[in-house]
Ligand binder design. Structure first.
Ligand code: TNX
Length: 533
């Protein structure tokens, strides 16, 4: 990466502008050339009709700071930013693109629209960081260095997760989070919508899931074992209209939204709404503690049908091929004590409660397959046997991912020690504020290798990619979520996009220091690099 210092004269005023070309994630190949393109009042964006909405997005992204109109035209010539689809570039894959900056013309070309979108994200990062501001910014040289870039991602699943159950996150913030995911060329939002502490998605057939399950009396304060509660009611949910808006917004930015409906554990909010779904028949409140909860769904036919009805509405709202059914942390205490669960084990000829859990997930796998979808679940779904169509998220280390890939199943790597962004990122806990625990500094995220070394080349093809997790027990609001998520998300984006051999932490850090100016302009409350690592 070349660092250029250019002294520019603007309106008689001397402006020193760093032109560092700090792109995150780092593209596959960049060749810089002499000269630069200058955006000015005559600049247009030229796009065929299939790319008109992307042209509009580019205009909205850079127009406000730049202050000129940037008209969108059909056939621009000189001084134009050209967006084009070119099937001859098929070798770059469905997300690849080329970006050419000449002195009087910029060309973004790709075989598919997703690639044009990613080319636009790169172009935004070739402009001065001020271009990310939302107000007209004077005295900036709006130049783009001449360059040839060819780029495509290493992995197809480049995900970020958000837990909207432990703390509800407003729809407006989910949209901002999608923008940030897309800026980093990531393409999956894993939307954790249900858990013990709150059910966050409107289900028309079962309105109490949100009217009762969407609210809790208070939340646990401090760490487990301190037995302190804050006395503050908490709740909220997304209407189906909200969900449609989120899915559409994400789709326009090439982000797939994978919903998660937790079962058979992490179910207390649903059982609070409909006690017949539980094992004890006793009324329950929505859970106010964090941690693993013993109240899990029962295994009656009516409960299986209830959850399949829920999934029917979920499938109707989310076009995602993958539907996440959780499957993690399901204590077996209640099933051991339940005559119905024991009768089910006997009737099905199962060995134990682990096999019962596997049977439960299997019911959902078959159901989702009948709707043309694929089930994904946390690695506990391996216990008692993996359902035939299941994809595994390996969170308890890499072992689950290795086992699933060796058995021919697809996996998404989510090991806690590399991808749990709810863990501390510094050693200055006082400055950082309370988190759930752990320690995952930026360098460690950057150094993560998603393909476990235990896999041979054939098995490694089952590793779809990886994903960062933002569990929100100790993340009460969007600003805190930004603090925990950034800049670790920037590091993960590069792990997932950039060829392994191009990764260099020190060089990443120097690019990041400029990238953080963009995040400031976007009002992202990132964790500053100065805190002790
Ligand atoms: C484990 S990861 C959980 C979550 C917690 C998280 C906190 C997983 C599948 N289960 O329920 O929120 O740890 O880090």
């Amino acid at each position: 990466m070349t660092f250029l210092i250019a002294a520019l004269t603007l309106g008689g005023m001397q402006v020193t502008k760093r032109m560092t070309l700090p792109i995150i994630p780092e593209p596959v190949s960049i060749r810089y050339e002499d000269g630069h393109f200058t955006l000015g009042p005559k600049t247009t964006i030229s796009a065929p009709s299939e790319l008109a909405s992307l042209a509009e997005m580019l205009k909205e992204d850079i127009g406000p700071a730049f202050g000129f109109d940037l008209p969108i035209v059909n056939h621009g010539d000189s001084d134009s930013i050209h967006l084009t689809l070119d099937k001859k570039l098929a070798r770059l894959g469905v997300e690849g693109y080329t970006l050419r900056v000449h002195a009087h013309r910029i060309e973004i070309s790709a075989p598919e629209t997703a690639g044009v979108f990613y080319g636009i994200q790169t172009l935004r990062q070739l402009l001065p960081t001020e271009s990310f501001r939302k107000d007209k910014t004077e005295n900036v040289a709006w130049t783009v260095p001449c360059a040839r870039i060819e780029d495509y991602p290493r992995f197809g699943w480049r995900g970020m997760h958000i837990d909207a159950s432990r703390h509800f996150m407003p729809k407006e913030f989910i949209l901002k989070y999608i923008d940030l995911i897309a800026l980093h060329k990531m393409n999956v939002l894993h939307f954790h919508l249900t858990d013990d502490q709150g059910w966050r998605i409107e289900i028309k057939k079962y309105p109490k899931l949100t009217s009762v399950g969407g609210w809790r009396k208070e939340s646990m304060a401090g760490h487990y074992g301190e037995h302190r509660f804050d006395g503050v009611p908490h709740g909220g949910f997304y209407t189906q209209e909200d969900i449609k808006e989120i899915v559409r917004y994400a789709h326009d930015r090439f982000v797939k939204v994978v919903p998660e409906i937790e079962m058979p554990g992490h179910a207390q909010a649903a059982i609070a709404a409909y006690p017949e779904l539980g094992n004890t028949g006793k009324p329950l409140d929505v859970f106010t503690e964090w941690g693993v909860d013993e109240n899990v769904f029962n295994v009656d036919d009516s409960t299986i049908h209830f959850l399949q009805d829920v999934l029917t509405e979920v499938v109707g709202l989310f076009p995602s091929e993958f539907i996440h059914v959780g499957g993690d942390e399901c204590p077996k205490t209640q099933w051991k004590a339940s005559p119905e669960a024991q009768a089910r084990i006997k009737a099905l000829g199962l060995k134990d409660e682990n096999e019962l859990q596997s049977w439960f997930i299997h019911q959902m796998d078959t159901f989702l397959a009948s709707k043309g979808r694929r089930l994904v679940g946390w690695d506990e779904i391996l216990e008692g046997g993996l359902a035939p169509g299941a994809t595994v998220m390996s969170w308890q280390g890499e072992e689950g991912g290795v086992a699933a890939a060796k058995a021919g199943h697809d996996v998404v790597m989510t090991p806690a020690q590399y991808t749990y962004f709810d863990h501390y990122q510094t050693q200055d806990h006082k400055a950082e504020g309370l988190t759930i625990g752990g320690y995952l500094p930026l360098r460690r995220v950057y150094g993560y290798e998603p393909v476990p070394k235990e896999l041979n080349a054939e098995e490694a093809k089952h590793v779809l990619g990886a994903q960062g997790q933002l569990w929100t027990e100790y993340i009460p609001n969007p600003k805190r979520l930004e603090f925990m998520g950034f800049p670790r998300t920037c590091a993960l984006s590069e792990v997932l996009w950039t060829p392994k051999k191009e990764r260099d932490y020190d060089q990443f850090l120097s690019r990041l220091s400029v990238h953080l100016e963009r995040l400031t302009a976007l009002d992202v409350n990132y964790c500053p690099l100065g805190l002790p690592k």
